[in-house]
Design a protein around this ligand. Sequence first.
Ligand SMILES: C[S+](C)CC[C@H](N)C(=O)O
Ligand SMILES: N[C@@H](CCS)C(=O)O
Ligand SMILES: [Zn+2]
Length: 343
Amino acid sequence: MVGKSGGGGGVAEEDGAAAVRRWVEAGGGRLVMDGGLATELEANGADLNDPLWSAKCLLSSPHLIRKVHLDYLEAGANIIITASYQATIQGFESKGFSKEQSEDLLAKSVEIAREARDMFLKEHSDRPIQHPILVAASIGSYGAYLADGSEYSGDYGEAGTLEFLKDFHKRRLEVLAEAGPDLIAFETIPNKLEAQAYVELLDECNISIPAWFSFNSKDGVHIVSGDSLIECATIANGCSKVGAVGINCTPPRFIHGLILSIRKVTDKPILIYPNSGERYDAEKKEWVESTGVSDGDFVSYVNEWCKDGAVLIGGCCRTTPNTIKAISRSLNQRHSSLHLPVA
Ligand SMILES: C[S+](C)CC[C@H](N)C(=O)O
Ligand SMILES: N[C@@H](CCS)C(=O)O
Ligand SMILES: [Zn+2]
């Protein structure tokens, strides 16, 4: 069985959704997720114009990753997502690292997030935090590794076979699970084949940590490859290790309809962490400003998403600790029983 239980987990024999529901309940009915990690690293001065994107900071500036995790925790996040989105053994090896060094770098992403959590809990030890603070180990898609924005097309050409994708992700999943996160975050999943590969790996690798599956969409109906969201959510629903299903890195205006589609095929907890609505220029590795929404507009959607049934809510690319502070406040007003880490 791969994975240690953490964050009050003890989920070895527990269904993933039951574990997530228990955490949600302990959080007062909703959990706040963090915001964009990579884009906030950039806002703190990191240059991510590199095939490793945010994973470059595992080499050059781990202190910055820790700082951004802490900023999100101080903003009210219950869940922080590790800097492993674009960290892969293959990506590190192509920079000249050995397999062992590459695996250590993957594990380091979880260690940094766990350290940030420990620091945060220590900092608040005079008024101990009562709600869950969880570390989710990010697994970005094969398209993310390609570093050309392919996670927004889901078109993998000849590499698009189930066995190829399973082989690509297998060891990475095992190493991240062994590093002791509370959750595995399969994020920005662009096509059905990759969702199927993840489900098979969770079973074949005997992963004991609850996972979430989060898809992305650019038309508000399908996921980015054109595959049916309903079919993808059905695949996630069929796996007992999947604790939550949702949408990330998608413009806020599309979320309402997407939640309703997911709801049709699963009772698992729903998670939502949209991006700011801006467009990514994969060639320049830059965001094209102008089409995005303000923090206030972003938060005005939160009530609707809650009514639709989302219980884990945060932000993805180009959202910031301010966005998360605003979400946290808004959820706190909605649910007065929710304990917040910051006043
Ligand atoms: C979610 S996208 C903005 C991540 C970055 C992309 N894989 C790239 O390397 O350009
Ligand atoms: N967790 C990743 C997702 C990128 S789409 C990040 O926030 O950088
Ligand atoms: Zn994103």
